[in-house]
Design a binder for this molecule. Structure first.
Ligand code: AMP
Ligand code: GLY
Length: 423
């Protein structure tokens, strides 16, 4: 059997690593992959944006299953292209991936089917948007509707700040992603990320996780792609996940199917646990990064089978993985300066023998330079500790995160120890 993982970050390293464990004797490719994925998959020098070349590669190699890591190729229609050529692929078609690529689409769909979410409205006209602000109490949240690499969400402490955010977004700061603006109520409560595998009808949950998006300890500083994550989240039981499945995932999937755009793949539901119950912040059409680096090591049961069945259009039938045992916690090692400008090409030292079944080092932004492992991105490595308790997983992750070295390494020592809250 031959598999292809599309992407080259920490999430894709975690996906390739999980697939390798589930398929010890098969062939796995990663496009473009990274120095970490090379231990489990053969790198293919094709960029994730080059959909035609990816399809040609999958056809020439007779790949049995292609798995997409990042959102951009999904939003660009890689699944539609593979479907046209009868190439098995796991992920939503472009129209269904609008759940992530258009916040306006997702919010309006939630309103149509009664999924709890922050009160909102969508605008293309700045005057109407500013008028709507008068109905809200600060803080308010202003979002570019399209994909903006996590940068298009602005939490505004005053209506004046919100007015400026609306004008910047509709004025073109995020290009095409800011053609529409979503203005919404601020939700207070802890955040939770719930992940499902879905064939468009059934949705099977993986373990729910919590990530830490802020750069600095104590959940302060600017938002990033994610500085660490952990799972399972203490206090979050299977009843809550079942509520999210029944009241969020299933109604959304039914509506997409009824519109003739069935959704298949991973579905990531980002929630705030408000005093009035869970409310949806956003959907993503892929696994989270760095959440995948804790969710996948905890996922028992073989993922190749359900993913292949879904890619072939056969459905999940009664697939259900065993509940996860233990805890996982990932600490991200970032380049000094991230999420703004940062240097690349700094040599990385990973102490010999540091990796084990309970300590995994996932590569995110690394490259080989002059024969030496070096930094090549904002988030450089994800260091996942696994343990019988969250504390044990955290200690293991932090000990290794401290021992791995590169100049100006930035990391948070408090992942999993602060209650992340948007309040
Ligand atoms: P999003 O890309 O929509 O998930 O937004 C990124 C982050 O902004 C979320 O993880 C939250 O921390 C925060 N955020 C977005 N929308 C809201 C909201 N309505 N209320 C509170 N926080 C929000
Ligand atoms: N860690 C958040 C995300 O992947 O969107």
């Amino acid at each position: 059997m031959k598999l292809l993982v599309v992407g080259g970050g920490g999430r894709e390293h975690a996906i390739a690593d999980k697939l390798r464990r589930d398929l010890p004797n098969g062939t796995i490719f990663a496009a473009p992959g990274n120095p970490g994925t090379e231990a489990v998959a053969a790198s293919v020098p094709v960029d994730t944006q080059n959909l035609e070349s990816l399809a040609t590669f999958a056809a020439d190699e007779r790949v049995d299953l292609t798995v997409i890591g990042p959102e951009v190729p999904l939003a660009d229609g890689i699944v539609d292209l593979f479907d046209d050529r009868d190439l098995p692929i796991f992920g939503p078609i472009r129209a269904a991936a609008q759940l992530e690529s258009s916040k306006a689409f997702a919010k309006e769909l939630m309103r149509d089917v009664g999924v709890p979410t922050a009160d909102f409205d969508v605008f293309t006209d700045p005057e109407l948007a500013v008028g709507y602000l008068q109905e809200l109490e600060p803080p308010v949240v202003v979002k570019a509707s399209g994909l903006a690499a996590g940068k298009g969400v602005i939490i505004c402490e005053s209506l004046e700040e919100a007015r400026r955010a609306i004008e910047e977004i509709l004025g073109g700061r995020f290009g095409e992603a800011g053609r529409d603006v979503v203005v919404e109520e601020f939700l207070r409560g802890d955040e939770l990320s719930v992940f499902f595998i879905t064939d468009g009808e059934r949705a099977v949950p993986l373990v729910a996780a919590r990530d830490h998006k802020r750069l600095q300890e104590g959940d302060r500083g600017p938002n990033t792609g994610g500085m660490g994550a952990f799972a399972p989240v203490p206090g979050i039981g299977s009843e809550l996940v079942e509520t999210v499945r029944r009241t969020v995932a299933i109604p959304v999937l039914e509506e997409l199917a009824a519109r003739g755009i069935p959704y298949r793949g991973f579905l990531y539901v980002g929630l705030v646990l408000t005093p009035d119950g869970p409310k949806v912040l956003e959907f993503n059409c892929r696994l989270g990064d760095p959440e995948a680096q804790v969710v996948l090591p905890l996922t028992r049961g073989n993922l190749v089978e359900p993913m292949t069945a879904i890619a072939r259009g056969e459905g999940l039938s009664d697939w259900q993985p065993p509940s996860p045992a233990g805890f996982a916690l990932v600490t991200v090692l970032a380049s000094g300066g991230y999420p703004e400008a940062y240097p690349r090409g700094l040599p990385i030292t990973v102490p010999e023998g540091i990796e084990s079944e309970r300590l995994r080092v996932y590569h995110a932004g690394t490259a080989i330079r002059d024969g030496q492992l070096a930094t090549a991105g904002g988030r450089v490595l994800g260091v996942t500790g696994i343990g019988d308790s969250l504390a044990e997983a955290g200690e293991r992750s932090r000990a290794a995160a401290g021992a791995i070295d590169f100049e100006n390494k930035h990391w948070r020592r408090d992942i999993g120890t602060v209650t992340h809250s948007s309040s």
